[in-house]
Design a protein around this ligand. Sequence first.
Ligand code: FRU
Length: 325
Amino acid sequence: SGQQRRYVIGVSQCSDDEWREQMNREITREALFYPEAEVVFRSAGDDNKRQIHDIELLMRNKVDLLVVSPNEADAITPVIEKAYSKGIPVILVDRKIHSNQYTAYIGADNYAIGYNVGEYIASRLQGKGRVVEVTGLRGSTPAAERHRGMTDALREYPDIRVTASVDAGWRRDRARLVFDSLLTHAPEIDMVFAHNDRMAAGAYEAAVKYGREKEMLFVGIDALAGEGYGVEQVASGQLDATFIYPTGGDRVMQTAMAILTGKPYEHDVALSSALVNKGNARVMRMQTGQIRQLDEKIDMLDKRINHFLTRYASQRVLLYTCVVM
Ligand code: FRU
């Protein structure tokens, strides 16, 4: 519709994957409630240089606000400080930087999630066993925090040993490769903790190749709904458990608009997490299925409204032409 777009919000995502897509979808959906705003998305494919370029580009295009999920903290800190010092509000989502030069942060507590994973591992292994950790990109803050959380929790359990910790950069293919070579070296593994469900799936695939997937338990993070993702991996028994890592796109959009229109907003929005295991995966699957159906209905309504508005506009033109004739 011909509504005036007064605000442009630039979103710079570090990666392209189902988790990012879900967040972007939520942002787009929430933006329906703010016709005065337009959102533009950039995706950096896990590449620091590309993300710096994306942010520079959004700045040159004079966006009114930036939403950034920084690929690696060290690399992305300077360009964010630059934007912030120019007076562009910056909302960090999910990943952080090494600076306080930003307007708001929205995300779950990754240290706490890592700590809960550690406790979960200890209880599942009854205080004794060998763990392999497949980490996210080392220079990204969730990987560092999840690692630190798990390590701190396991300090209480001297008979649990983390025999290897390998970086698979948040990617499934890389997790499959690194875990494949680990399997040929590590004789005994009781538990695999992957920093996300995608990497857990990659590690699982490698274990299947050697017929060893039943020897060990797999734990991940994210718990996305939908075919092949975390909740289903748990329901099918591929994953022993996963922890919800909320995408929070609606909160991102609400916070962005509060900042832009001078309304109060929280500087730190803490999204919450929860354990998904065999006991609740089925219920969760049912509920997320229902939510998806509602989502589709909302999309359909939006399309119908747009269709109606276009028709209404052309009828008005027609009427006007009739009157002047
Ligand atoms: C998505 C993702 C998630 C992970 C998060 C950490 O790009 O890799 O799987 O939980 O980023 O920042």
